[in-house]
Design a protein. Structure first.
Length: 455
C-alpha cells in the first residue's frame, strides 16, 4: 500500500511530497520525500505519526455522563466516583464489555490514536468466581480489537487487596481479584488471545497499585513477562499517599524508587502527587509517566508536575483512562493548560527550540511507543505504519505551516480535522469516520439502553 502526503512529519523533520510504502506486515518499507504521487497511492494533505493511547479502562466508556451529580454527603471525590463505578460494573457481562471496548477503540482511532494499551482488571463473574475460561474477559478485549482494527497492547492487571493493610477486596472489587498463581494462569490465557491478533499486538503486565498488591508480589512483576511493559497506578490521590506512607513508611514514589528497580519498561500512571525531588528522581529512571489529563481533571486527582518532569528529561505518554471523553488534541491541551493554571504562565511546556504543540506531540509519540512496547511513534523505515492525516483545508489550519499545524490542531482544533488513520497499515478511519462505525455504534447503543433499564 502507498500513501502520498503533501506534507509529512518524518522522524527527521518536516518534508514535502512524501511517498510512504507500507509492506504486507503493516510496517513502513520506505519513506521518499520530494516524489511524484503514484496513481495507486492514497493521497492526504498532512501526515503525522499516530500516538498510542497509553492507558484505558475500556468498559468505563459506558459510564460517561452518569457520575456528574452531587451525592448525599454533600462532598464528592475520586472515592465516591469509584463506588459508583463498582455498582455499574455489577451489570456488565462479557458481551457488554466487548461491545463497549470496540466502541471506545473506534473513537480512539477517529481521534488520531494509532493504538491502545488496555489496563485490564475486570476479570471475573459477580462475587469473584472465575469464568469457565479464566481469560474470558481478556478474550473479549481482543475480540473488540479485531473488530475495531486498533493496535492493542493488553495488560492484565493483578489486584489482590483492598488496601495496604491487605484487607479483603470489597464487594465492588470482587470481579478484579486474583492471587499470584491464578494471575499467572490468567496471563497465559491472555497471551493465547493476543496470539490470535495481528502481529503488531502485544502483551504486558500490570500490578494495579501499591495499595492493591503485596510488596513481595510487586517485586516479582518484572519476571512474569520478561522484556514486556509493566504498568502501575502510582501517587494518584492524597489519601493513597497517606495510606502508603502510614503502612509502608514511605511515600508511594519513594517506595517504588527504593524497591521496584524502575527502568524504561515501567509506565507509572498519573503521578499527580509528587514532590519536586520525587519528580526529578523518577524522571531519571527513564520510566514513562502515563498521563490522563482529562480523567485527572474529572476526578480531581491533581496536576502532574509537568514542567519539572520535562526539564528533568522525563518521558511521558497520554491515555484516556476512564474514557469520559476521547480526544487526542484535548488530552494534550488539558496537560499544558493545567500547567499554565497552576503556575499562572503561558506556553508552559514550550522551549526556545520547540513550540508547545510540537513538544507535547513528540513526547506523546515517543512515550506512547515506549509504554506500549511497540515500534511506533515515528514515520521511518521499520516502524509500524501507525499514522494519521489532518485536513489542512480546514479553516483551523488555514495559513499554517510546520509546527504551527500541531499548535493549531491541539489548541484551536477539533477531532473533525482528523481525516484518516492507519494502525499497522490497516486503514481504519477514512473521511473522518471509522470504516465499521455503523455496526460498532449499533452494538454499543444496545448495551447503553440495556444498562439504562437496569440502572
Amino acid at each position: 500500500m502507498l500513501i502520498f502526503a503533501k506534507d509529512c512529519l518524518c522522524s527527521d523533520g518536516w518534508a514535502q511530497d512524501v511517498v510512504i510504502d507500507v509492506d504486507a506486515r503493516g510496517r513502513i518499507a520506505s519513506v521518499q520525500p520530494d516524489s511524484v504521487k503514484p496513481k495507486s497511492a492514497v493521497a492526504v494533505s498532512l501526515l503525522l505519526p499516530a500516538p498510542i493511547n497509553a492507558h484505558s479502562h475500556g468498559f468505563q466508556r459506558a459510564m460517561a455522563g452518569l457520575t456528574e451529580g452531587r451525592g448525599p454527603s454533600g462532598s464528592d471525590s475520586f472515592w465516591t466516583w469509584r463506588r459508583l463505578m463498582y455498582r455499574f460494573l455489577d451489570y456488565l457481562d462479557p458481551d457488554d464489555v466487548e461491545a463497549i471496548t470496540a466502541f471506545v477503540q473506534m473513537e480512539m482511532l477517529e481521534a488520531g490514536f494509532g493504538g491502545s494499551v488496555e489496563f485490564h482488571y475486570f476479570h471475573h463473574l459477580q462475587g469473584g468466581e472465575a469464568y469457565a475460561s479464566l481469560g474470558e474477559m481478556s478474550e473479549r478485549v481482543c475480540a473488540a480489537a479485531r473488530t475495531s482494527g486498533i493496535g492493542l497492547t493488553l495488560l492484565p492487571v493483578l489486584y489482590q487487596y483492598g488496601g495496604c493493610d491487605q484487607r479483603p477486596l470489597g464487594t465492588g472489587q470482587s470481579r478484579f481479584g486474583n492471587d499470584l498463581d491464578q494471575f499467572a494462569r490468567l496471563l497465559d490465557a491472555a497471551g493465547d488471545s493476543v496470539a490470535h491478533l495481528p502481529a503488531d499486538a502485544g502483551l504486558g503486565v500490570a500490578p494495579h497499585s501499591l495499595r492493591a498488591v503485596a510488596q513481595s508480589d510487586l517485586q516479582v512483576m518484572d519476571t512474569l513477562r520478561p522484556g514486556t511493559p509493566i504498568h502501575m497506578h502510582l501517587a494518584e490521590q492524597v489519601a493513597e499517599v497517606e495510606e502508603v506512607q502510614h503502612h509502608w513508611g514511605a511515600r508511594p514514589v519513594e517506595w517504588a524508587l527504593d524497591h521496584l528497580g524502575l527502568d524504561a519498561r515501567w509506565c507509572l500512571i498519573h503521578c499527580t502527587q509528587m514532590t519536586d525531588h520525587e519528580t526529578q528522581t523518577l524522571a531519571a529512571t527513564k520510566a514513562v509517566a502515563g498521563l490522563c489529563p482529562i480523567t485527572e481533571a474529572s476526578l480531581g486527582d491533581g496536576i502532574f508536575n509537568g514542567v519539572t518532569w520535562f526539564d528533568s528529561g522525563g518521558t511521558m505518554a497520554i491515555g484516556s483512562d476512564s474514557n469520559i471523553r476521547i480526544s487526542l488534541a484535548e488530552e494534550l491541551r488539558q496537560l499544558d493548560y493545567s500547567q499554565r493554571l497552576r503556575d499562572r504562565s503561558r506556553a508552559a511546556l514550550a522551549t526556545p527550540a520547540a513550540s508547545t504543540g510540537r513538544r507535547v506531540f513528540d513526547a506523546a509519540c515517543a512515550g506512547g511507543a515506549q509504554a506500549a512496547g511497540r515500534a511506533t511513534g515515528r514515520i521511518e523505515v521499520g516502524a509500524w505504519a501507525d499514522v494519521m492525516a489532518l485536513n489542512t483545508g480546514d479553516v483551523t489550519l488555514a495559513g499554517r505551516r510546520g509546527d504551527q499545524w500541531l499548535d493549531s490542531f491541539i489548541f484551536a482544533g477539533h477531532d473533525g480535522i482528523v481525516t484518516d488513520v492507519w494502525s499497522a497499515g490497516r486503514h481504519m478511519v477514512q473521511n473522518g469516520l471509522h470504516v465499521g462505525r455503523d455496526n460498532i455504534e449499533s452494538a454499543y447503543r444496545h448495551v447503553l439502553h440495556r444498562l439504562s433499564d437496569a440502572l
